[in-house]
Ligand binder design. Sequence first.
Ligand SMILES: C[S@@+](CC[C@H](N)C(=O)[O-])C[C@H]1O[C@@H](n2cnc3c(N)ncnc32)[C@H](O)[C@@H]1O
Length: 219
Amino acid sequence: MAETVPNNFVPALRYHWLTKVYDWVLKNVFPEKQIKEDLIQLAHLLPGQNILDFGVGTATLSIIAYKSQPAAHFHGIDVDKAILEIATKKVATEKAVIELRQYDGQALPYRNDMFDTIISSLVFHHLYTEGKTKSLAELFRVLKPGGRLIIADFGKARSTYTKIAFGLFRRFDGEYNTRINAQGLLPKCIQDAGFKSVVELNHYNTVVGTITLIEATKE
Ligand SMILES: C[S@@+](CC[C@H](N)C(=O)[O-])C[C@H]1O[C@@H](n2cnc3c(N)ncnc32)[C@H](O)[C@@H]1O
């Protein structure tokens, strides 16, 4: 893992001291398994492919991906050293092969056109609008032509309950970084970064808001 220090970022559960209970919270109050398994099923991972998990966190998504296709090459990147330490232990316990890296939240340390598929869950609502734009430009750069980007993150609420719940959740997780998500504009940001065929594939109403599964391609 490289030792780079990001300027600032929103940790997994908003506050650094909550990072150690992130997995417990996700497992117990959120339909984590269903959303992550659906995402990986949609990714149709193939042997030999290079896969990037952007904002890998505790590596739950990458481990599901690895188990579904152990003959692919998995890379996970995140800005948070503390969460990557949890990820490193989990990856070892699960005997998965995932190359974890820390970076500073700016340029991704990968060459152009390196990845066949990029997966990412619950990361974009952590990024300020400029961060979303910058990160999507970087993801576009490192994705191969013909490659796919699949994201699960908060989208526009699909029910009165999720609208109220996400409104409250945004006070906790940050109003500004979640605004584009609440307005349902993440697909437009993805399109503005150069991706084509941006499609919302599924929606999940959860206790904290509606999660949208988005697929996009690089032509
Ligand atoms: C809610 S957690 C999601 C973690 C994991 N993807 C999952 O689904 O459980 C958000 C993650 O995004 C990471 N993150 C925040 N800013 C980032 C950035 N600029 N680049 C990459 N990861 C970032 C955080 O450190 C955190 O691990």
